[in-house]
Design a protein. Structure first.
Length: 104
């Protein structure tokens, strides 16, 4: 498995709504994530800053990269756009983090 981590930003007034929408993740979105090799996907919130820390394990980089091209992913981005910092295409502003330690 390939471990990936990133940072995103949610607006302070949207913490509860962000969590609610993920608690009610569309089954089509969950299925597509799994179809693109995602496992152990977690998102954590720092309530002081609005920073979101996302962690996911993937099977293959190329396969994972195609997730952003799916219709359901783009629909999810539009749905989440009012709650967080996004690019003009509605994708979340995301900063990849470098892996520096792993304890097996």
């Amino acid at each position: 498995m390939i471990r990936k981590a990133s940072l995103m930003q949610v607006y302070p007034e949207c913490y509860e709504e962000y969590k609610r929408r993920h608690d009610e993740l569309w089954s089509e979105m969950a299925e597509e994530l799994k179809n693109h090799g995602a496992h152990n996907y977690s998102i954590f919130l720092d309530e002081e800053t609005g920073n979101l820390f996302a962690y996911v394990e993937i099977e293959d980089e190329a396969r994972w990269e195609h997730m952003s091209e799916t219709e359901i992913c783009r629909k999810w981005w539009v749905y989440m756009e009012p709650l967080m910092e996004t690019h003009p295409d509605h994708s979340p502003v995301s900063k990849s983090l470098k892996d520096v330690f792993y304890l097996k």
